[in-house]
Design a binder for this molecule. Structure first.
Ligand SMILES: [Zn+2]
Length: 412
């Protein structure tokens, strides 16, 4: 049997089109509650003939590190994408990490396409599409586009044009459930028309940031998703449904965000300019989380690292404070892209998030009490398949998704 090797893992050629869905921010309770409420009949049917498992995301439990782990099959120490935002080690300046130049490993798609596979990648946000599509050749055997810029998709840059006509939907608003629905709808069409060997459908967590599991807004999203999941199953795909990370309430009883402004604390305790708190969740789309998450990395400019760590550890709601080398070893992170200290927050309720300085966070767009992610409390994710699996090794990781679909399917 033909096997593709990439990043030190082997992938058997899939017998059926393999569709991996990364449902952004899909805390396991979302689908469990929607299923119990009878809103996901297709998923229930699929699980009955497949698997309903749990796995672990990579830390930080953010979108890009996990999406890139899923498509490379390896943790951030290998592919280099450990957030949206970093201090560039080459220049010392703060910069976004969404340019494909930061990606250090080939994707599974690139490796399969080189062996003759057809590949389809659809994302909600266009920035992620650039990273995930790195290395693909648009020669008729690959497509990669986003719903955000569906109307701009063309043969040269995306391997496909007229996407809105194909999908039968207009370009959705960037902050909407439809941005994700477009991804699913495109996947159903591509399965029928292109029959890709590998397909990756990656949504956006706008709905999950806004609505808790079981709420009307969340249930409507999962009922919508269910019709497309059913269509992909009917279309003959092997389905592997995972999430990049979970999502938890990050607010106090009065609805205000449960936040520690760590830069303010360190400036007060150690002096201004002595430390730099970097929040890798920072991105241009912060309306729904205000750039507040449960993971930070801290640079020490003068003070002893141990002294800075002691100040951070003394704050309530801090779960993990590690030196860079210890933190990178434990969480498989790239040392050159982390600060001197790695910090994870949560606290007894898992609700604590980390900010830099109070005045730097615009929370005016937060119309609902904050829900976010980044910490250990958002590491558990669903792993659902429509075929039985064999030879599983615990713990499963979300970045095993393509390997599970290629190597672990029980053929009936
Ligand atoms: Zn996400």
């Amino acid at each position: 049997m033909k096997t593709v090797s990439v990043n030190g893992r082997d992938y058997a050629w899939p017998k059926h089109p393999l569709a991996v869905i990364c449902c952004d921010g899909s805390e396991p309770a979302y689908m469990e509650i929607a299923m119990q409420a009878g809103l996901m009949p297709n998923l229930k049917r699929i699980i009955a003939k497949g698997e309903n498992l749990r796995g672990l995301s990579v830390i930080p439990s953010f979108t890009n590190p996990n999406n890139l782990s899923i498509v490379t099959g390896r943790p951030p120490a290998v592919h280099g994408i450990c957030g949206n935002y970093l201090i560039d080690p080459a220049t010392g300046t703060e910069t976004m990490m969404n340019d494909p130049k930061w990606l250090r490993a080939p994707t599974i798609f690139e490796a399969f396409q080189k062996q003759g596979a057809k590949v389809a990648v659809v994302t909600a946000k266009d920035k992620l599409r650039l990273l995930l599509g790195k290395g693909l050749v648009f020669d008729g055997t690959a497509v990669a586009f986003s719903s955000e810029k569906a109307d701009k998709a063309n043969l040269k840059d995306n391997g496909i044009g007229n996407v809105c006509a194909m999908v039968g939907m207009p370009v959705p608003e960037v902050y909407s459930a439809e941005l994700s629905e477009f991804v699913f709808a495109a996947g159903v069409k591509l399965l029928a028309t292109m029959t890709p060997d590998l397909m990756y459908l990656s949504t956006t967590d706008y709905v999950q940031h806004k609505y808790a599991p079981g709420s009307a807004g969340a249930n409507a999203f999962y009922a919508m998703m269910d019709t497309y999941v059913g269509a992909l199953d009917d279309g003959g795909a092997t389905l592997v449904i995972v999430a990049d990370h979970g999502m938890k309430d990050k607010h106090l009883a009065d609805g205000s965000p449960d936040v520690i402004y760590l830069q303010d604390v360190l400036d007060q305790r150690l002096g201004a300019g002595k430390t730099k708190v970097i929040l890798p969740i920072t991105d241009p789309y912060v309306v729904h989380h205000g750039a507040l998450g449960s993971f930070a990395t801290v640079y020490a400019y003068g003070p002893a690292v141990a002294d800075v760590m002691a100040e951070i550890s003394a704050q309530p709601g801090i779960d993990v404070v590690l030196k860079k080398d210890d933190g990178c070893a434990r969480y498989e992170l790239p040392e050159d892209r982390m600060g001197d200290i790695i910090v994870i927050s949560g606290g007894p309720k898992g609700s604590k998030v980390i900010g830099t300085s109070r005045h730097k966070h615009d929370l005016s767009g937060l119309n609902e009490p904050l829900r976010s992610h980044g910490g250990l409390t958002e590491q558990e994710v669903p792993i659902i398949t429509n075929r039985k699996l064999k030879n599983l090794h615990a713990p499963l990781r979300n970045f095993d998704a393509f390997a599970l679909g290629c190597n672990n399917i029980v053929e009936s």
